[in-house]
Design a protein around this ligand. Structure first.
Ligand code: DGT
Ligand code: CA
Ligand code: CA
Ligand code: ZN
Length: 585
C-alpha cells in the first residue's frame, strides 16, 4: 500500500474537524485539527522521517495527540479514531457537508430536527417549505441551499479542455505580469493536456505570497472564493471550474512544478526513483533520505525541472507524456520522441464552408488560414447524405471544385486550397459519392454521421470497407465521440488501425475540442504500425482553425513527432502524400 501523501493527511485532518464540529465538540478541539491542517500545508520537511523518529509534535501547530494520530496514519494508512468517528454519521451527510455555504450548525439542525441525511432529502425539504420553518433558517436559507445543490450538480463533472483553456491562459498571463511573481506555470491535467480537466492548478514562486494570493482571489474571472491562504488558495471561476493556486519559494519551484503537474501515477515512480538513490522527493525538495538502506549519493542542485529528471537518471519528460505509460523506460534509454510542435504545421484538412454547415465562406477560410501562416487548407464540406448539414450533391461539389481552382490561380503557388469532401459512410460501408466523383478531388475524408448503434463487429467492418476504397485519403473522427456528452460508437480501434496500415489510409486526429478523436491513447499503436496522422480542426468558422492548438496537445500526448503527421509537409510534398494511396500497387 502506498504511503499517504501530505495532501491526504491534510484532507483527513480537515474532515475530522468538520465531523467534530457536527458532533458539537468544544471549539478548541475543532480548532486543533484545523490548525494542524494549516501547519502541514506550510511544512516543507520530510514528514515520513519525522514520524518515524516520533518527532511530528515538533512541528509548530501540531500538538501531541494529533502528532500520534498522524504517526499512525503514516505507518498504517488508516486510523481507528477516524474510522470510528466517521461511522457515527450516516454516509449521505458527507455529501451535504460538501455543499457550499452550509455550516455544521445548520447541517446538525437539519439532521436532528428533520432527519435529513441525503442531498435528495434536503432538496425536497427546501422545496416543500420545511427548511424555511426551522428556527434560524427562513426562506432565504432554503433558496441558498437549492442554489448550492444546483451548483454541485453543475460542477460535479469535469470540463472540456477547450471550455476552460481561454480562462487558464488569461490567468496565467495576468499572474506572469505581476512584478512580485518570479516563476509561474499551470500544472495538473491542464499542463498534461488531458482532454478533460477536473480543476486548474496554478503555481507561482514569489517572495510576496500574500500579494499574489490576494490578486488571485480578487481576479475578475473569480465567482467565489473557496479558500484563501498565503500558500494555497482555491476559487470557483465564473465559467464554473475550480482553480487552485499554490505559492512557493523560488528554490522549491521545480519540485512543486513537477509534483503538481502529476500525474499521480507519474509522481509515484519519480518518488521511487529518488528513494532508490537514497533520496526523498516531495513537492518542496529533493534531499537525502536518512532512513535510506542504500548509501545516499550526493544530492545535486536542482534549479529547473530538467535538472530533476537528470538527477533521477532520466531525459526530460514533456508534461504531455507524464501518464506512466512507458515514458520512464524511454527516458532511461534516451528514446523519448521529439514531439511535434505547433510551428511544424504547414496546413490542415477537413474544414467546412457556408456551402454546407460552416459559417465562413471559402474565401474567408482561405484568408484566415493564410493569416495563421499556413501554406494550404483542405476543404471538406459534407456530402449529400448529411442533408441536415446541407451536404453537397455531385453538382454542387463539382461547382465548388471549379471555384477552388479559380482561387488557386490568384495565389499563384503562394497558398493553395485543396479540393475535398467529408463523405458519409453509409450503413453498409459504401460511400456517399461514386468513385468517378471522388477521383476528381485532391483528397477526401470519410466519416460516420448516422446509424451509430451498430454492434461493434458490424461498425468495424463498415469502416474498414469504407477505408479500403483507394480514393479514400483519410478517416474522420474515428469513434464519433462528443466529450462529456456522447460516448463514441462501439468500434474495434486496433482493427481499424491495422486496416489503415494495410490500405495506406491516414487517420485524422479531429482536434475540435468537443471530439479529440482518435483518442491520444491509441496513437502510439497507430504510429508503431506506420499509420500517419492528419491533425484536422473540423473548422466550421474561421476562428475554429485555432482548434489546431488542441490538436498539437493531443498529438504530443499520443507520442507523435513531426514525421508522423502529414500536415507538417510543405506544399510540393503534401500532394504526393495525398496521392500515395491511389498510386500504391
Ligand atoms: P484533474 O484536476 O482531476 O483533471 O487532474 P489533476 O492531475 O490536475 O489532479 P489534481 O488537480 O487533483 O492534482 C494535481 C496534481 O497534484 C496531480 O496530477 C498530482 C499531484 N497530486 C495531487 N494529489 C496527489 C497525491 O495524493 N499523491 C501524489 N503522488 N500526487 C498528487
Ligand atoms: Ca487539476
Ligand atoms: Ca487541484
Ligand atoms: Zn464530421
Amino acid at each position: 500500500m502506498p504511503q499517504l501523501s501530505k495532501d491526504d493527511l491534510i484532507d483527513i485532518l480537515e474532515h475530522i474537524a468538520q465531523l467534530l464540529e457536527l458532533k458539537g465538540e468544544v471549539v478548541f478541539k475543532v480548532r486543533a485539527y484545523q490548525n494542524a491542517a494549516r501547519a502541514l500545508e506550510t511544512f516543507s520537511g520530510n514528514l515520513a522521517q519525522l514520524a518515524e523518529e516520533g518527532r511530528l509534535g515538533e512541528i509548530d501547530g501540531i500538538g501531541k495527540a494529533i502528532a500520534e494520530k498522524l504517526t499512525t496514519l503514516l505507518a498504517n494508512g488508516t486510523l481507528p479514531y477516524y474510522e470510528e468517528l466517521k461511522a457515527e454519521f450516516p454516509p449521505g451527510l458527507f455529501e451535504i457537508i460538501e455543499l457550499q455555504g452550509l455550516g455544521p450548525k445548520k447541517i446538525k439542525a437539519l439532521w436532528e430536527q428533520l432527519d435529513i441525511t441525503t442531498v435528495e432529502a434536503l432538496e425536497a425539504a427546501c422545496k416543500d417549505g420545511r427548511v424555511a420553518e426551522l428556527s434560524g433558517m427562513g426562506k432565504k436559507t432554503a433558496d441558498n441551499i437549492l442554489v448550492a445543490i444546483e451548483a454541485r450538480r453543475k460542477h460535479a463533472g469535469r470540463f472540456k479542455l477547450g471550455d476552460i483553456a481561454h480562462d487558464a491562459e488569461r490567468m496565467l498571463d495576468d499572474l506572469r505580469a505581476l512584478p512580485e511573481v518570479n516563476r509561474v506555470s499551470v500544472c495538473g491535467s491542464y499542463r498534461r493536456r488531458r482532454e478533460t480537466v477536473g480543476d486548474i492548478d496554478f503555481l507561482v514562486s514569489t517572495k510576496a505570497p500574500d500579494e499574489v494570493s490576494d490578486f488571485f482571489v480578487k481576479h475578475e474571472m473569480v465567482e467565489s472564493v473557496l479558500a484563501h491562504g498565503a500558500t494555497k488558495s482555491s476559487v470557483r471561476l465564473k465559467c464554473g471550474i475550480q482553480a487552485d493556486l499554490r505559492v512557493v519559494k523560488d528554490a522549491e519551484y521545480p519540485f512543486a512544478l513537477n509534483y503538481f503537474t502529476g500525474s499521480k501515477e507519474h509522481n509515484i515512480v519519480m518518488r521511487q526513483r529518488a528513494l532508490a538513490r537514497g533520496w526523498t522527493l516531495n513537492e518542496y525538495r529533493l534531499g537525502p533520505d536518512e532512513r535510506a538502506k542504500v548509501e545516499p549519493q550526493p544530492v545535486p542542485a536542482i534549479r529547473e525541472e530538467p535538472d530533476l529528471y537528470r538527477a533521477l537518471g532520466l531525459d526530460f519528460v514533456e508534461p504531455e507524456l507524464r501518464e506512466d505509460r512507458g515514458e520512464f523506460a524511454a527516458a532511461e534509454e534516451h528514446t523519448l520522441p521529439d514531439l511535434i510542435e505547433i510551428e511544424n504545421l504547414r496546413g490542415t484538412f477537413h474544414n467546412h464552408t457556408t456551402a454546407s454547415d460552416g459559417r465562413s465562406t471559402l474565401r474567408e477560410m482561405a484568408e484566415a488560414a493564410q493569416e495563421l501562416g499556413l501554406q494550404y487548407l483542405g476543404i471538406a464540406d459534407h456530402s449529400k447524405a448529411s442533408f441536415q448539414a446541407h451536404g453537397l450533391d455531385e453538382k454542387r461539389l463539382l461547382a465548388q471544385i471549379e471555384d477552388i481552382r479559380a482561387m488557386n490561380k490568384e495565389w499563384d503557388g503562394a497558398f493553395k486550397l485543396f479540393t475535398g469532401s467529408e463523405v458519409d459512410i453509409h450503413k453498409d460501408g459504401t460511400l456517399d459519392f461514386a468513385d468517378e466523383i471522388l477521383a476528381q478531388l485532391d483528397y477526401c475524408v470519410v466519416s460516420v454521421h448516422a446509424v451509430f448503434n451498430l454492434p461493434e463487429a458490424e461498425m468495424t467492418a463498415r469502416i474498414i470497407k469504407a477505408i479500403s476504397n483507394p480514393h479514400v485519403t483519410m478517416l474522420g473522427h474515428l469513434t464519433g465521440r462528443l466529450l462529456l456528452s456522447r460516448e463514441g460508437y462501439q468500434v474495434d480501434v486496433p482493427a481499424i488501425i491495422d486496416a489503415a496500415a494495410a490500405t495506406g489510409t491516414i487517420i485524422e486526429l479531429n482536434c475540435s475540442p468537443w471530439r479529440l478523436d482518435m483518442d491520444w491513447r491509441h496513437w502510439p499503436l497507430a504510429k508503431s504500425k506506420g499509420v500517419k496522422c492528419s491533425i484536422n480542426p473540423d473548422a466550421h468558422r474561421t476562428d475554429q482553425l485555432n482548434h489546431l492548438w488542441y490538436g498539437i496537445g493531443a498529438a504530443r500526448k499520443g507520442w507523435l513527432t513531426k514525421a508522423d503527421v502529414v500536415n507538417t509537409l510543405p506544399l510540393g510534398k503534401i500532394e504526393q502524400a495525398l496521392e500515395a494511396k491511389k498510386t500504391r500497387r
